[in-house]
Design a protein around this ligand. Structure first.
Ligand code: ADP
Length: 503
């Protein structure tokens, strides 16, 4: 085993704080990096040491490989944890760490490369018996070529960026005449977002579920799966709420999905933590989507039911350790739900809502966990991801976990900016949600939240209900209707910002 004495956490926000806390609990020293906009961020306060690596734009700070490696050297760190987003799935960064003699806490660069491109990953896993969403394995050479393939697959189809992430560079095409313009738009969006214009085409599944498998592999040939997470509640292909187990997965299906996920990562020579994403259709057939070669935002729900600390496992595996448990030892207990609390106004098209958090009070209960990087007085900027916090509730069964989450959301006070808390309250009281009838188009089909006319009524109803419930419990009311709206100037500046490429 290679000892890890000091970890540089190359990230920010809640995930940096979560990793720093884990290292501290393990007696490992911590250092972190920050941009000029993040001087007062909690990860800077939490780590023993923090190094400024440049101005606010990520390209000049958190995404600059040279600056991050230099910071690791200066701090004397022997390992780097990349978190999620930023450089976490960048094979060149993982290779640069290796060259600098610093341990990269994640899979080997070759495995990241093999799975990083959606087309390369499809090619690789298809030869190992993993069922794919019907489509091609190679990038399209032209719109004409693509149209011919789309006709074979049958409309609707989805044009996707090979290097995609965060739902960018994705276009649904419902008929032949829509194909060429959609191809052009997807290619240019892919070029702008990922520096790679390659796109491919696959069947657009109707109302699928998104179900993913958490896997863990060591460098001694052991690999296990830790069950699934249902992430079907999405807006524009970005997850808003995740839970485990999925109501649609029974033990037999879990075993088959788990085996398929292990086949996918084994094919790539994978080690460390990873997530294999699948779409599930109405017949409960599952199809490989992609592999995320890093810690996921939603990893806490798996931790809640397995009792594992996945970051601790990551460090242990990276240091050369063997998996701490066998497949037969994995015995998930109960049900866990995570709500992503974003600095966005759910009643105004989820527009970013930057500003100062005036009042901040977290809910507390034995079955709750809050992962956050914010505090009262913290200024939420437009530069980075709008994720303020993740609220995780555990219960012995799904209805109890839902009820506990509802209580927790009502007790969560964040004043000064708009958040997605009222959205989650509406979602959790939705009868279809409670019945577990989920699909990736759930919000469009079952929630009127963004439709004109309904928005103000919903905003007010949710705010009044939350304030009333807090009042009934003797706490101060929060998020009164239209109290602290972001100005239109902020909103204009914010449009198009805040996408989450790792969501
Ligand atoms: P990204 O890497 O950009 O997040 P993914 O391939 O992981 O893209 O897909 C993100 C989401 O987009 C999925 O969870 C699902 O909602 C939707 N999606 C992707 N591919 C398909 C498909 N073939 N059919 C229907 N929905 C899809």
């Amino acid at each position: 085993m290679r000892p890890i004495r000091k970890v540089l956490v190359a990230n920010r926000g809640e995930i940096a704080c979560r990793i720093i806390a884990c290292c501290q609990a393990m007696g490992i020293q911590t250092a972190t990096v920050f941009s000029e906009a993040d001087r007062a961020s909690r990860h800077v306060l939490d780590a023993s040491e923090a190094i400024c690596i440049g101005p606010a734009p990520s390209r000049q700070s958190y995404l600059d490989i040279g600056k991050v490696i230099d910071a690791a050297r200066r701090s004397g760190a022997d390992a780097i944890h990349p978190g999620y987003g930023f450089l976490s799935e960048n094979a060149d960064f993982a290779a640069a760490c290796e060259e600098a003699g610093i341990l990269f806490i994640g899979p080997p660069p070759a495995a990241i490369r093999a799975l990083g491109s959606k087309t390369a990953a499809r090619q690789l896993v298809s030869t190992h018996g993993v069922p794919l969403v019907p489509g091609v394995q190679e990038p399209l050479s032209s719109a004409t070529d693509g149209l011919a393939i789309a006709r074979q697959i049958g409309f609707p189809v989805l044009i996707k960026a090979a290097a995609g992430g965060g739902g960018k560079g994705m276009r649904v095409v419902r008929s032949a005449d829509e194909f060429a313009p959609a191809f052009e738009r997807a290619s240019s969006e892919a070029a702008a977002s990922f520096g790679n214009s390659a796109v491919y085409v696959e069947k657009y599944l109707a109302s699928p579920r998104h179900v993913e498998i958490q896997v863990m592999a060591d460098s001694h040939g052991n690999a296990i799966y830790l069950g699934e997470r249902e992430c079907s509640v999405q807006r524009r292909h970005q997850k808003l709420l995740e839970e485990t187990p999925s109501v649609c997965v029974d033990p037999e299906m879990r075993r088959r999905m788990g085996e398929a996920a292990l086949a996918a990562v084994r094919a790539a020579g994978y080690t460390n933590l990873g997530t294999v994403e699948f779409l599930v259709d109405a017949n409960r057939e599952f199809y490989f989507l992609e592999v995320n070669t890093r810690l996921q935002v939603e990893h806490p729900v798996t931790e809640a039911v397995t009792g594992l600390d996945l970051v601790r496992e990551q460090l242990h595996i990276a240091a050369g350790g063997r998996l701490s448990l066998r497949q037969e030892d994995v015995a998930p207990r109960g049900h866990a739900i995570e709500c992503r609390i974003l600095a966005e106004d759910p009643f105004d098209g989820f527009v970013p809502s930057p500003g100062r958090i005036r009042v901040y009070k977290e809910p507390r209960a034995p079955w709750l966990r809050v992962d956050t990087g914010v505090y009262a007085g913290y200024e939420v900027s437009l530069y980075y991801d709008p994720l303020l916090a993740k609220l995780i509730a555990w219960g012995p069964d799904r209805p109890t976990a839902v009820a506990r989450m509802q209580d927790a959301l009502r007790d969560y006070v964040i004043e000064g900016i708009r958040t997605t808390i009222p959205f989650h309250l509406l979602l959790l009281e939705n009868a279809e949600f409670q019945a577990g009838n989920l699909a990736t188009d759930f919000i469009d089909r079952h929630m009127e939240i963004e439709r004109s006319g309904g928005s103000r009524r919903h905003r007010d109803v949710a705010a009044i209900a939350a304030a009333w419930l807090r009042g009934a419990r003797g706490a101060a009311p929060a998020q009164a209707p239209a109290a602290t709206r972001a100005t239109s100037g902020w909103k204009l500046a914010a449009l198009g910002a805040g996408r989450r490429p790792w969501a």
